[in-house]
Design a protein around this ligand. Structure first.
Ligand code: AMP
Ligand code: FE
Ligand code: FE
Ligand code: ZN
Length: 285
């Protein structure tokens, strides 16, 4: 299964069952090793609970583990996902913020389920069966429950039909302001990367002036090589991002069986990961 194209490369964005992925951190690391990747980052939504298992699995498999997290943030009322790498897990301010986001996600998911229960066979106990203990809850877990109860065929269909932001069943969740999140990551000794800034599901790409503002705040990179980015939106951003000194990363956003995205579908070079290590080792201003 080792692919020559993947040998020595890194997948910097994956999800396990600690959030909305369907496989364990060990499964992801083992699959990465089978594919010939040199390393993999685990970037569950708003939690670092999978790090320990992933690190141990990587040591066994002989590949590198990069600790990450995908933070739920917002700017101007738009949802923005911020990848953070190498944060100190003992940094209380960051952990407290992640806990606040996860808590709001529970309240929000419960309210969505309450609304959905008027039309579908769904209740919170049912969703809990599709939610591993302690995992960050999201709309995918609600989708899994509706699929299991026979209302829809897969996650994608549920999102398209009733879980999108314009749906009457949709409820928003607390998100930290993007610039504050970038500062929080830096204070925790980490490096931040703007996730899928041109994703097809967004109304448009993150505007260049905002990207510039995030860069001013300390943003290190931008994930332009992502399966869900719309090419027509990515290309203008690519030139702009390079001109302001942002690193350009590539990653799959693997979710196990929860999404079409395949591990290693997009990757980053060993040189990019070297620069990431250098950035992590640099003293903070
Ligand atoms: P939430 O975190 O509750 O806002 O839900 C967003 C998550 O749902 C994202 O992290 C995606 O992984 C997932 N998602 C969004 N759209 C889809 C889709 N069409 N199919 C499967 N998963 C999706
Ligand atoms: Fe996700
Ligand atoms: Fe994301
Ligand atoms: Zn993601």
């Amino acid at each position: 299964m080792v692919s020559d194209a993947l040998r020595g490369r890194f997948d910097l964005h994956t999800h396990s069952a600690h959030s909305d992925g369907t496989t364990t951190p060990s499964d992801i690391v083992e699959l990465a090793a089978e594919l010939g990747l040199a390393g993999v980052a685990l970037t569950d939504h708003d939690t670092i609970d999978g790090w320990e298992e992933a690190r141990a699995a990587a040591a066994r498999a002989g590949i590198e583990f990069i600790p990450g997290v995908e933070i739920t943030t917002k700017y101007d009322g738009y949802s923005v996902h911020l990848l953070a790498y190498g944060c100190d897990p003992g940094e209380n301010a960051l952990q407290a913020e992640l806990a606040r986001i996860r808590m709001s996600r529970v309240n929000r998911a419960q309210e969505m389920v309450r609304r959905l229960s008027s039309e579908f066979d769904i209740d919170w106990a049912g969703v809990s069966e599709h939610l591993p203990e302690g995992a960050t809850v999201g709309r995918p877990h609600i989708a899994d429950t509706l699929v299991a109860r026979g209302h829809f065929s897969d996650r994608g269909e549920v999102f398209e039909r009733i879980l999108h932001p314009a749906s009457p069943f949709y409820v928003s969740t607390y998100a930290i302001d993007t610039v504050s999140a970038i500062h929080l990551v830096a204070d925790a000794g980490g490096v931040s990367v703007l996730a899928h800034p041109a994703a097809v599901r967004q109304r448009g790409p993150v505007p260049p002036e905002r990207v510039a503002e995030f860069r001013e705040a300390g943003l290190w990179g931008i994930e332009l090589d992502h399966p869900e980015n719309r090419t027509a939106w990515t290309e203008p951003l690519r030139e702009f991002s390079s001109s302001i000194g942002l690193e350009i990363t590539g990653a799959s956003d693997y979710h196990g069986a929860g999404k079409m995205n395949q591990l290693g579908e997009r990757t980053s070079s060993p040189e990019l990961v070297n620069r990431l290590r250098v950035a992590l080792a640099a003293p903070r201003q």
